[in-house]
Design a binder for this molecule. Structure first.
Ligand code: FMN
Length: 199
């Protein structure tokens, strides 16, 4: 996890990004770079790399039925950043209709929020994650090697479900296709840049 604090007069807005590709020069990297080029400078950014982190998978131990936490501490910093962030950016390649395995481990670990809500251990905080003062906005960037759209759609659907108990809304998806045959379309990168400027 790396944290970059921008110089700004008012308190910084917070953004957490989850980079899910193992490639530093791939399609997701190009899309993420475009996003950060457009992002206003007053954001405090926390970046989290799924492959580097290699999070423990959820093993359904059910500790989170009785406690508002996970038994594994490896994602404590990530979840604290998630709870504090106003914006959550996820950039992922499509691997067999889903996200790569290390990123899937991260998404499965969100089960702690669902179980806390279901069992009531988080009380009134369960629907609105404690430190978040307003609805969190999520943005999804996907890259598919093929022209098949189902993988990107499936990931968006998975995230919408994941976010139901964390008061988070998936507000935008940018999907690129055919990356096994051509570079990412510059027009899409410009769309991402332009969108990020509006945040
Ligand atoms: C293990 C694996 C599984 C993949 N599965 C799919 C897939 O189901 N559909 C698809 O369109 N592309 C698939 N791809 C291709 C990647 O989505 C594509 O290369 C993408 O651009 C990688 O993004 P990146 O360069 O940002 O890592 C797969 C690639 C790998 C390595």
């Amino acid at each position: 996890m790396s944290v970059n604090t921008a110089n700004a007069k008012s308190p910084p807005r917070k953004l957490l990004s989850l980079d899910c590709s193992p490639r530093r020069d791939g399609a997701c990297a190009a899309m993420t770079a475009a996003f950060f080029e457009g992002l206003p400078g007053d954001f405090e950014v926390a970046r989290f790399d799924a492959f580097t982190q290699n999070a423990e998978p959820c093993d359904d131990c059910r500790v989170c039925f009785d406690h508002n936490r996970c038994k594994h501490s490896d994602l404590d910093e990530f979840f604290a950043a998630f709870e504090n962030a106003g914006i959550f950016l996820i950039a992922t390649p499509v691997y067999n209709m889903s996200v790569p395995a290390p990123a899937k481990a991260v998404t499965d670990r969100f089960q702690r929020y669902y179980n806390a809500w279901k069992s009531g251990v988080a009380g009134d905080d369960a629907l609105i994650v404690p430190q978040a003062s307003q609805k969190k906005r999520a943005i999804l960037l996907t890259a598919s090697g093929s022209n098949e759209p189902d993988g990107a759609r499936h990931i968006a659907q998975m995230l919408r479900r994941l976010f139901t108990v964390t008061d988070t809304e998936l507000i935008a998806c940018f999907d690129v296709f055919g990356t096994d045959h051509k570079p990412v379309d510059g027009a899409v990168l410009e769309d991402i840049r332009r969108f990020a400027r509006t945040l």
